[in-house]
Ligand binder design. Structure first.
Ligand code: C5P
Length: 230
């Protein structure tokens, strides 16, 4: 990595959706593009961090200067994150599926004339952010999560920060109206976020996801530098 304020630090970033298989050809997924998480990984690398980017399936190129570990399911993502520890910084930007299919079929599920449609049984996936925030001696010094909300954005996200045990939550309004009228955050190059820490809430203006990443990386570097000086 290039020298910078995060030289000597290891940052772990999760990005993208996860895919939870139903059978060999079908899966459950979500609308995450991975853009915000990949941009954060790239921005941390530009500030000198060694970056491990654990990514679900996306169409994006690997951000320069990062080591990318590609995974498919939430369980694989958790295992890859645990393997990447120790880290000084964890940023969980992945849109991890909340549920996985309990018994994925080993062969393609067939339509049979007159047969009822299959019913999927789901089981909860591990919470990767909560796991990293509770990793004991392996806990990264700064653990940052995201919260995609459609209403009471800041209140919901503040509660999530406490529930998950992370240091910061980056809240974004994923409703149509919330992203500065620019459409939902998923297909948009822009993001409107609130940075929630133990000290309070910062409302950032609508910015490109690349600028959000750059600012967040700068804030992470400043925080770790301040802590090192304290
Ligand atoms: O609970 P919710 O999904 O809204 O929380 C969002 C935050 O938690 C994000 O930072 C996301 O990356 C993380 N998360 C996770 N593992 C899960 C669910 C969410 O790391 N299974």
């Amino acid at each position: 990595a290039a020298p910078g304020p995060l030289s000597g630090r290891h940052a772990l970033v999760t990005s993208g959706p996860t895919h939870e298989p139903i059978d060999p050809v079908r899966y459950i997924a979500n609308r995450s593009s991975g853009h915000q998480g990949h941009a954060i990984a790239g921005a941390l690398a530009r500030l000198g961090a060694r970056v491990t980017l654990v990514s679900g399936p996306t169409a994006l190129a690997d951000p320069p200067g990062t080591t990318v570990v590609r995974v498919t399911t939430a369980r694989e993502m958790l295992a890859a994150c645990q393997q990447a520890l120790p880290a000084d910084i964890a940023v969980c930007a992945a849109a991890v599926a909340d549920w996985t299919v309990t018994h994925p079929a080993t062969h393609k599920t067939k339509k049979a004339a007159g047969a009822p449609p299959p019913v999927l049984a789901l089981s909860p996936n591990p919470d990767i952010l909560a796991n990293l925030a509770a990793a004991g001696p392996q806990r990264p010094a700064l653990v940052v999560g995201f919260a995609a909300e459609t209403e009471e954005v800041v209140a919901q996200a503040s509660a999530k920060r406490l529930r998950k045990g992370c240091d910061w939550i980056i809240a974004n309004d994923v409703s149509e109206a919330g992203n500065g009228g620019r459409g939902t955050v998923f297909a948009s190059p822009d993001n409107t976020v609130h940075v929630i820490t133990a000290e309070g809430v910062e409302d950032w203006p609508t910015l490109s996801k690349d600028v959000v990443a750059h600012r967040l990386a700068g804030r992470i570097a400043a925080t770790l530098t301040d802590r090192a000086a304290a």
